[in-house]
Design a protein around this ligand. Sequence first.
Ligand SMILES: CC(C)(COP(=O)(O)OP(=O)(O)OC[C@H]1O[C@@H](n2cnc3c(N)ncnc32)[C@H](O)[C@@H]1OP(=O)(O)O)[C@@H](O)C(=O)NCCC(=O)NCCS
Length: 214
Amino acid sequence: MGESLLFTPNYFERLRLPKGLTVYLRHVRPEDKSLYVEGLKRYSKNSFYFRFMSAKTHFTEAELAYLTEVDQWNHLCLVAGSGPWDKVVGLASGRFVRFKDDPTTAEFALFVGDSYQRYGLGRAIMLRLMYAAKEREVQTLFGEMFRDNSAMFHLVDSLPVPANWELEGPVARMTLSLECLPPAEELLPELARKAERRRSKSEKRLGFRGKPSN
Ligand SMILES: CC(C)(COP(=O)(O)OP(=O)(O)OC[C@H]1O[C@@H](n2cnc3c(N)ncnc32)[C@H](O)[C@@H]1OP(=O)(O)O)[C@@H](O)C(=O)NCCC(=O)NCCS
């Protein structure tokens, strides 16, 4: 993966949200299975119902492997924790999975634990998913949710690009085109600066001196 990606394999971020909640973000890892198992005990049935669109009482081994053993390119997942990752409480996660039959489109899903909702964490993760998807050549993010998921409708309304909605019975489907996403410098300035520093370091290492003149 290139040096100028915002979401390199070692991506790590300490994020202070406007209402004073501090969270730690990184890519999901195979050893995070326990975060999912604990999360299912800690957070409400209702939140899991909205996330999985069916009642969720346990995760099978195969589901846990699917959720945590990802390649971070076609299937990327960011997790938010309460601390710098030693025995943390899992607070939230967001993922996208590229469609096999249309590699320019990926389906996303978001989850924020009940007591951490309404702090801006869902939006922060969604923004990061949008940039991570775009730098992985995804052009459109697709999402499916219940029509009465007002939290998700509000979140999508607060994003920097407009969504197209389709309603069918109890289900709402939306697409977000990433084409008009503002430059990362505007919305994720710290990550953009870090990526720029990595890029210029790597150019120095390679002895790159700019475009040669004729
Ligand atoms: C939907 C969900 C991810 C939102 O996460 P969140 O961290 O609470 O959302 P944020 O705090 O980032 O809110 C983003 C915007 O939506 C608004 N919002 C969030 N929840 C809201 C609610 N229940 N009612 C009204 N507005 C709401 C916020 O006020 C904010 O808007 P603002 O910036 O104009 O104030 C979270 O509620 C959740 O995980 N729910 C269960 C799982 C789920 O529904 N997943 C979605 C299926 S893909």
